[in-house]
Design a protein around this ligand. Structure first.
Ligand code: NAI
Length: 248
């Protein structure tokens, strides 16, 4: 049984989906959590569920990220765990995507990790270590159809995880990446909407997956909790698919 007793965590994208489930699991294991999200209603609900602290934040904006780090410092006295999880998708090929959508996806999925991580790394280094977990995607490893900016962004997340782990290993800061497969969250419904498809299509073929189902947010959250914990003390720079052996 792992424990996160005494750990102080930030979860971005914690208003819904994988982020909300992770805030819950981290709390169940003893951590205190700051939930950062652009969605105020959802974020406040997660804070209520977990006894955590919600900060409204657009993770692509430096000032907003600074406010999140400041709240963690003021309320908890520092940060042991950063879960860089907020993300968006735009379903389009390279010929279809607008420059604005390209920039938005890269800002929310990639720039955010740069902004948030460098706000907490000095404090982690000073206190003797910490754990950063980034959310990649199976498509960040294999690519996928009609999601060029998303695939590019998640490929960047995967590779920056390795680079961050190398740079900050000497500070005992571990940096890892979870790569979910299809997981039952609002993002799947949003993808279906963008493609003009029925959201149930993602669920209909679930029985054909190796484990007979797609992922649930808690499946991802439990892996994040392990990576956040001292049980993962020699796990760094790892890119971990959490996809039930499903295709990306
Ligand atoms: P979700 O849509 O339920 O959650 C995403 C969260 O990010 C939402 O709470 C949303 O409000 C927040 N967010 C979006 N833009 C933001 C911004 N600018 N600033 C702050 N917060 C913002 O989707 P899900 O599935 O929980 O996504 C979490 C992560 O998992 C994302 O990085 C996604 O790319 C990744 N992922 C999800 C998969 C899936 O099948 N659901 C598969 C592979 C990766």
């Amino acid at each position: 049984m792992i424990t996160l007793d005494g750990k102080r965590a930030i979860v971005t994208g914690g208003a819904t989906g994988i982020g909300r489930a992770t805030a819950r699991v981290l709390t169940e294991l003893g951590a205190r959590v700051v939930i950062a999200d652009i969605d105020t209603d959802g974020g406040q609900q997660t804070a209520k569920d977990t006894g955590g602290v919600f900060v409204r934040c657009d993770v692509s904006r430096r000032e907003d990220c600074e406010a999140v780090a400041a709240v963690a410092q003021e309320q908890f006295g520092g940060v042991d765990v950063l879960f860089n999880n907020a993300g968006i998708i735009r379903r389009s090929t390279i010929c279809e995507i607008t420059e604005d959508d390209w920039d938005l996806v890269m800002a929310v999925n990639v720039r955010s990790i740069m902004l948030m991580s460098r706000l907490v790394i000095p404090g982690m280094a000073a206190q003797g270590g910490g754990s950063i977990i980034n959310t990649g995607s199976g498509w960040g490893i294999s690519g996928g159809a009609s999601a060029i900016s998303y695939c590019a962004s998640k490929g960047a997340v995967v590779n920056m995880t390795r680079a961050m782990a190398i740079d900050h290993g000497p500070d005992n800061i571990r940096v890892n990446c979870v790569c979910p497969g299809d997981t039952a969250t609002g993002m799947l419904a949003e993808e279906a909407r963008q493609l003009g498809e029925n959201p149930n299509a993602f669920y209909a073929d679930a029985a054909d997956r190796p484990l007979g189902r797609i992922g649930q947010p808690r499946d991802i959250a439990q892996t994040v909790a392990f990576l956040a914990s001292d049980a993962a003390s020699f796990v760094s720079g790892a890119i971990i698919p959490v996809d039930g052996a499903g295709t990306a």
